[in-house]
Structures are given as C-alpha cells and as structure tokens.
Design a protein around this ligand. Structure first.
Ligand SMILES: [Zn+2]
Length: 346
C-alpha cells in the first residue's frame, strides 16, 4: 500500500506518439497530454510540433526489398482468409471490413502482437523481403528520399514494420539459399533453433545496417522504433537494435495480465543497454478506443491501470500507438495526469 501512496506523484518523463499533430488544436492537446516526441509528415506538422515544445521526427521508414515476403502454404492461406483476399473486390468497404474483422476475431488474430494460436499472420501490411535487398540497394534509395526531404529542425526518424509477416521468417528462394549457406558456413544442422537464430540475425542486422546508414549521413538524427511485428522465437529482442529510442511492447492492444506487463517493462528498461550503451528502452502501450473492431479495446480506466503498472515496474518513458487515442476524450485526462508537464492538482 505504501507503494501505491508513493505512486501518486509518479509521472513519465517522456511520451512518444505515433500520431501526428494535424492542426493547431490537436498539437496543443498532444502537448498538454505530455507528448514530448511525435511523428510528422509535413513541414506544417513540424511547425506545429515545435511551436508546442515537442520534438518532431520525419515520417516512418518501413523495410524495402525486391518482392514481398514469402510464407508457407498454411500461413498464406491464413493471411488470405483474415484479409478477405477471396472477397469480391467490388464489395462495399464497410461490408468487407465487417467480414474481415469477424474472421480476425474468429482466428484470434493479434494484429502483429504476440501470437496466441499456432498460426497467425500480419493484417494487411505486406512487408518486403529486406533480406533479399542485396547491398541495401532499394533501402538506401528509400532512405535517401526520406533524408533529402527532411526539413530543418527535425530530430530524427521513426521506423516500423521491420519484421516478418508470419512472425518467424521469409521463405523465398533467396532467403532459403542464404539460410543454406549460413548452415554450411557454420557447419550447422537444419534445426528450428538454428533457423530462428538465422532469421533473428538477419532481422537485427538489417535494422542496424539501416541505422548506420542514416547516422553516417545525419549523425545528429535520433532513431525511434517500435519492434514490430513480434518475432515469435524471441519477443524481447529489441535491445539488440542500436536505435536511440527502442520501443518494445509491454502492453499490447489485447490486454495482458499485470505480471506480464511488469516483467516486460522491467526487461525493456533494465536490459536496454546490454548491447549498445546509448540505447534507451521505451515501454510501448497499444491503445484502441474503438470497440467495434476486432482489435483489442481499452477504456480510459484500462489504460490508466496499465500505466500505473508500467510506472510501478520502473518505466520512466512511454510510447503509444495509435497516437490520436492519446487526445480522445477520457483518455486525454489519463495521459495528462501521468505524462503532462503542468502539475495538475491530481
Ligand atoms: Zn525472403
């Protein structure tokens, strides 16, 4: 009980938002809610962020490659089913969403978060096979475009969707050939463990090559990531990535038990410097305020309970997606209470 009493004045020092300030009103609200770091997609949004004392980050980099990732037959069938690939393309959008949302619920789909079934695949985002991007040819082109358009005053960039659609790996011909060579070079057998090690190495290697490339051109740029989608063999692998601010999920959209939230928060914050001393581990919280879709829904009370659990476990910073949920009625008050800079009389 002592602990709860002393928690009353605890606040996060920093709040990262995945939603941009779209106009004067939302920018002011984000700032009041305590957002310190925010994604922006235009010079106007950067202006708004800066005016309200927030650091702006220039758009979101997602992986590049010559083709989409390849899954096995069963995973492909699952992907096509939950995304309604069999439905008439002319079907009205609402009707289509209703069906795909129902199918996602039926399959216990977790939207890229930790799987709760034997098979789960990502919702509609088709991630490129970054392993096949030899010498990062396509990736560099994309990064060059992002960096060359970044306006003055930008603090860095966000990165997302660097991972595997099936939470395990990509099985295109190129990836399988690279895996075969990896086994031969290291004199290893083809086992699940070795395969997982290979795909983890490729994943972390890609992240770090991309980050090195950005830093070489813009050393002052900070890299903000959310390690997503989940890598099933090792959910908390994010500390191997040399991002300045490494968001790792400690509370997913589908609500996790308190013990899990606390364990993950402790791990994310206490082990963030195991590989690179400059990395800050940022606890990530998924918040969806729409109860009509199959993505897990949280009330403001749910959000507050989780926030208190993260704080109690030692979290000092927070990252939230989707961003606009931070400034929605009810939720806004919760974030202002635990992240806002002005001392509110509770
Ligand atoms: Zn591949």
């Amino acid at each position: 009980m002592e602990k709860n009493a002393s928690m009353e004045n605890m606040k996060f020092e920093r709040l990262f938002s995945w939603g941009p300030p779209t106009n004067e009103e939302t920018a002011a609200k984000y700032a009041q809610a305590g957002v310190t770091d925010i994604i922006v997609y235009s010079e106007k949004q950067l202006e708004l962020a800066t005016k309200h004392g927030m650091r702006g980050y220039w758009t979101c980099f997602t992986p590049e490659g010559p083709h989409c990732q390849v899954m096995n037959e069963e995973e492909t069938r699952h992907f096509n089913y939950i995304n309604g690939k069999d439905l008439d393309p002319a079907m009205p959008r609402d009707e289509r969403l209703k069906i795909t949302s129902m199918r996602k619920g039926e399959k216990n789909h977790r939207y890229g978060g930790e799987m709760v079934t034997d098979i789960d695949t990502l919702n509609d985002a088709e991630i490129k096979c970054f392993i096949s991007d030899d010498d990062l040819a396509l990736t560099r082109k994309k990064l060059d475009r992002i960096l060359s358009t970044a306006p003055d005053g930008i603090s860095g960039i966000y990165m997302d969707y660097i991972g595997y659609m099936n939470h395990h790996g990509c099985y295109c011909e190129n990836c399988l050939a690279k895996y075969k060579k990896y086994l031969a070079d290291k004199h290893l057998e083809n086992t699940t463990e070795n395969r997982n090690d290979f795909y983890l190495e490729q994943l972390v290697g890609y992240y770090n090559h991309v980050i090195d490339y950005v830093k070489k051109q813009r050393p002052e740029f900070k890299i903000v990531i959310h390690a997503y989608p989940d890598f099933k063999p090792l959910p908390l692998y994010g500390n191997r990535i040399k991002a300045d601010y490494c968001g790792q999920t400690v509370a997913w959209y589908f609500q996790w038990p308190e013990e899990k939230i606390q364990y993950y928060t402790k791990f994310v914050t206490e082990h963030s410097k195991d590989y690179y001393p400059h990395v800050e581990g940022i606890p990530f919280q998924g918040v969806n305020t729409n109860s009509n879709i199959s993505l897990g829904y949280k009330t403001p009370t749910d959000v507050e309970r989780e926030i208190r659990q993260i704080l109690a476990a030692g979290g000092k910073t927070l990252m939230v997606c989707d961003g606009p949920s931070i400034i929605e009625p009810g939720y806004f008050d919760v974030f202002r209470k635990y992240c806002g800079k002005e001392s509110s009389s509770k």
